[in-house]
Design a protein around this ligand. Structure first.
Ligand SMILES: [Zn+2]
Ligand SMILES: [Zn+2]
Length: 250
């Protein structure tokens, strides 16, 4: 299994950068996991639009889903890919997302995408990927984390969340834990996001093998996030950077 970072900025993109989004690939199947602004353009550096196997969205905040509208245009009007692309997300934002398109909103979006609501504790299969859904602690919307297994490797992705025991369960023994690290120790911290040090604490408690910090605010120095993450986690710590491809497992 491979993870390609399509974008990693938290909340808003810095100059020339993209919000959070990832490509999870195995044996020719590709999950587009979170779709922040800029990630659809970057996705096309790696695969064709018609090669997306499914879309997974962690929650209905625009910095995680807004580029699905661009993908809708490309697939529905541009003919890049078949109708009914599997689309997994928490249930409370798809209707709002559909208001962003004219011509029948939800109806026309439903042609392009086959929407499935996910709930904490549920699981589903996409090609070689077994995906389990965990509840995250966020604000204003239902937010989930995805634990993805394929080829004997485990990838855990927190989406946006504050500190929570569920984050530890999500990342339990994961080969790669992609964890949000919005803040640093000097930041004003709120309970619906985590700092890099808190991400490290959760990775340690979960016995994750490797930690990749993401969703860092673009005004922060990522090197400081990396060192603060390493202060609470003894395994390898990296910062997600656009375009980087990470092999997971053997
Ligand atoms: Zn976010
Ligand atoms: Zn959010």
């Amino acid at each position: 299994m491979e993870l390609t970072v399509l974008g990693a900025c938290g909340t808003w993109p810095g100059p020339g950068q993209a919000n959070c989004g990832y490509l999870v690939s195995h044996e020719g199947s590709h999950l587009w996991m979170d779709a922040g602004s800029g990630t659809f353009a970057n996705l096309q550096r790696h695969i064709r639009v018609d090669q997306i196997s499914a879309v997974l969205i962690s929650h209905g905040h625009a910095d995680h889903f807004v580029d699905t509208v661009s993908a809708f245009y490309a697939r529905h009007y541009g003919g890049l890919g078949n109708p009914g692309l599997p689309f997994y997300s928490p249930p409370d934002f798809v209707e709002q997302m559909c208001l962003l398109v004219s011509e029948g909103g939800l109806d026309v979006m439903r042609k392009a995408f086959a929407f499935t609501d996910v709930k904490a504790g549920s699981a589903f299969q996409v090609g070689p990927f077994q995906v389990t859904v965990f509840p995250m602690e966020h604000i204003g919307v239902q937010a989930v984390g995805y634990r993805i297994e394929a080829g004997g490797a485990v990838l855990a992705y927190s989406g946006d969340t504050g500190p929570s025991p569920a984050v530890i369960e999500l990342a339990r023994d994961a080969d790669l834990f992609v964890c949000e690290a919005t803040y640093q120790e000097a930041s004003s911290k709120y309970p619906f996001h985590m700092s890099a040090a808190q991400a490290g604490e959760h990775a340690t408690a979960a016995h994750a093998k490797r930690l990749l910090l993401t969703h860092i605010l673009p005004t922060l120095d990522p090197q400081i996030s990396a060192s603060e993450g390493a202060s609470t986690f003894s395994g390898p710590v990296d910062v997600a950077r656009e375009g980087v491809v990470v092999g997971i497992g053997s």
